[in-house]
Design a protein around this ligand. Structure first.
Ligand SMILES: NC(=O)c1ccc[n+]([C@@H]2O[C@H](COP(=O)([O-])OP(=O)(O)OC[C@H]3O[C@@H](n4cnc5c(N)ncnc54)[C@H](O)[C@@H]3O)[C@@H](O)[C@H]2O)c1
Ligand SMILES: [Zn+2]
Length: 379
């Protein structure tokens, strides 16, 4: 079977790499961001660097977490009026996904063509270390209480700038959520039915970097070494999963996020171990393709894995310990979500998750009842 490995953006990294903006070619930039980036001064810095390249800027700071279609429509109007030939997203996954949505819908609705605009140079500067959106062809948009994934190479950025000065002020809880999101990306990509040697290399490195650095970063956001490593890990995982797709951990998290506004990384974190148990068939033979792959990850982390079952159990134990140290809850009831409301929404969420773009690459084909079973475990 023919396989491909795609790597779209040029990646600039390390502290100070944002200066590369001074070397780009263009005349007008449209910058997508949020009020926090503005308050922290990152937005102004971006404008100044672009200015040095002779590029003027129009700014849109209307991004909100888990961007909805209304925010994208608002941004589209300003973007189309700006006539920009450079599109810059500076912020978390929600900001980068908003910029992708603006570009995607402006093009697909023909608005930009009518105005004679060209596809912009698209630059993504992440301010969180988790989604990997700066290198992926995914964008996640919330519409009518559901998170919808658009997967299209058209939205993949041309340039990704990983400047760790932009992630200096990330709150502790966001460090935990986004770091676990990167870990889930790597684990799901590793067990995906589309995993290859190329993506395995990226996932293995991501998982080691997260286990070695995330707790240190959580304890001290000023630890610049840990910050660089976690940010690189997030990007590596993004390159992996844009090639392999994800799995039901994300499908279930998307449905939960749409229905209950749980931060994306936190939903993924709570689901991670129950999903591993399910994929590995830990209550049955523990002899599946996924069990074998999880056991390989356990060995990578120097955990004992004389059998697949032992490897899976030890991997789950290591994740439990990491999540405990990062203050991750074990169930949604600890998130102040009414248990009764969660229970009555499970069936609908399972139906949504079954249709999610991430489900087809999961190593075990789930039924709706299987997905409800996983929700029951975390309720
Ligand atoms: N496109 C993809 O490939 C992909 C992959 C995974 C997740 N996602 C999506 O990304 C979104 C989540 O993104 P996220 O986890 O990065 O969180 P986020 O972008 O929603 O940001 C979370 C919060 O942190 C704040 N913040 C961001 N950077 C900061 C900084 N440097 N200092 C202080 N505060 C900062 C934001 O303002 C926001 O309030 C979800 O909608 C999720 O579905 C997309
Ligand atoms: Zn994710």
């Amino acid at each position: 079977m023919e396989c491909t490995f795609k790597l779209k953006p040029d990646i600039y990294f390390n502290m100070g790499s944002i200066q590369v903006l001074e070397n780009i070619t263009g005349s007008r930039a449209f910058i997508v961001s949020d009020s926090i980036m503005e308050k922290l001064g990152y937005l102004q810095k971006t404008i100044e660097h672009l200015n040095k390249a002779g590029i003027s800027s129009t700014v849109f700071t209307g991004v909100r977490p888990d961007p909805g279609i209304e925010v994208i429509a608002e941004g589209m109007k300003l973007y189309e009026e700006s006539g920009a030939d450079v599109l810059v997203a500076i912020g978390g996954g929600s900001t980068i996904d908003t910029a992708k949505g603006i570009m995607y819908f402006s093009w697909h609705m023909g608005n930009t063509k009518n105005k004679g605009m060209k596809k912009p140079l698209f630059i993504a500067i992440p301010s969180t270390s988790g989604t990997g959106s700066e290198v992926t062809n995914f964008t996640v948009i919330t519409s009518k209480g559901e998170k919808v994934c658009i997967v299209d190479d058209f939205v993949a950025p041309d340039m990704a700038i990983l400047d760790s000065t932009c992630i200096q002020n990330v709150p502790q809880r966001v460090i935990a959520d986004t770091g676990i999101d990167a870990l889930v990306h790597a684990i799901e990509s590793y067990v995906s039915i589309k995993a290859t040697d190329f993506t395995d290399a990226l996932c293995e490195k991501t998982i080691k970097l997260i286990f070695e650095n995330l707790e240190s970063l959580y304890q001290d956001a000023k630890n610049s070494d840990a910050r660089d490593h976690v940010q690189n890990a997030s990007c590596l995982a993004g390159i992996a999963f844009t090639n392999t797709g994800l799995g039901i951990n994300h499908s279930l998290a998307h449905a939960m996020g749409g229905a209950f506004h749980i931060p994306h990384g936190r939903a993924n974190a709570i689901l991670l171990n129950p999903v591993i148990e399910y994929n590995a068939e830990l209550l049955g033979s523990a002899n599946t393709y996924a069990a074998k792959r999880y056991a390989k990850l356990a060995r990578l982390l120097q955990l004992q894995a004389r059998t697949y079952r032992e490897g899976v159990v030890n991997l789950i134990g290591a994740i439990e310990k990491l999540e405990r140290n990062l203050g991750v809850e074990k169930s949604v009831s600890s998130l102040k979500i009414e248990q009764d409301k969660f229970k009555t929404t499970m069936e609908q969420m399972a139906e949504t998750a079954l249709l999610d773009r991430c489900t087809p690459t999961n190593p075990r084909k789930p039924s709706k009842e299987d997905l409800i079973g996983i929700y029951q475990k975390i309720s």
